[in-house]
Design a protein around this ligand. Sequence first.
Ligand code: AMP
Length: 297
Amino acid sequence: MRIVLLGAPGSGKGTQAQRLQAKYGVPQVSSGDLLRDSVARGTELGRKAKAVMDAGQLVSDDIVLGLIRDRLRKPDAARGFILDGFPRNIDQANSLNGLLKELGQPIDTVLLLDVRRETLMQRLAGRRTCPTCGSVYNIHSMPPGANTCSKDGAQLYQRPDDKEDVVAKRLEVYQTQTQPLIDHYAKLGQLRVVAGEGALEEVFERMEAAALAKAVPAERVKVTARKVKSAAAKKKAPIKKAPVKKAATKKAAVKKAAVKKAKARRKPARKTAAKRTVRRKTAQRAVAKKKTKARRR
Ligand code: AMP
């Protein structure tokens, strides 16, 4: 299993990647986690990345690519991987393609978790993390006043990049830099779109089903995925098949109307003929009556 998970921050990529990891035994490779680990260890790379991350911007491509390259070369990734948060722009996607060619491990599927913006805002700004074990909670689904990890009792904290203003920035960065990847992978026929709202288990089932289903054709992606407004998507807007279908429908409608008209024309004719018969028969009956009367007299 070699999967790339696409989706806005807060779409649930991390959570779903952990589930896939547990079920299929392939490692979740999260660029965000790798960067946070470097920050926590206080490496030079981590010091460079921290300010950029806290501002909600993207860390430079070579830093992230270096981390991903090292991670994918580890033995546990030889059986497959779930890439979470990487690639985040077209250059990274191209670099990834080169790296995977080198490793002889091409991508099987790209899964896009599709979630509305208001849901993303609520999930991210309400997120609280355990500093010790990394468990993630949300204030909207926690009992009021609770602020400790249910696993180890540590005081939960809000990631600096989960503050509301930074969240807005991260979503903007996603829209401008990462969303073009939706078109990119759709054109390659590798993209499958998954509705990312609802119970975790349901979303997971959808993800598994999508991983087994056929890829979504490029022209359907812009209908399904939200806010895809890249130039490429706009160019593709008049889907070729649609006018053909419309024309066919129009032709059928014209034919139907003509048949209806003809029927309508025939109907009164039949009615008139019937009326004429009735009138003729009534007249005949009247004549017969007169004749009978005359005979009686
Ligand atoms: P995440 O946990 O995936 O939301 O990532 C947290 C932060 O790490 C992002 O807001 C970026 O600053 C940085 N980051 C993660 N992945 C990448 C990437 N592929 N390219 C650049 N920056 C990244």
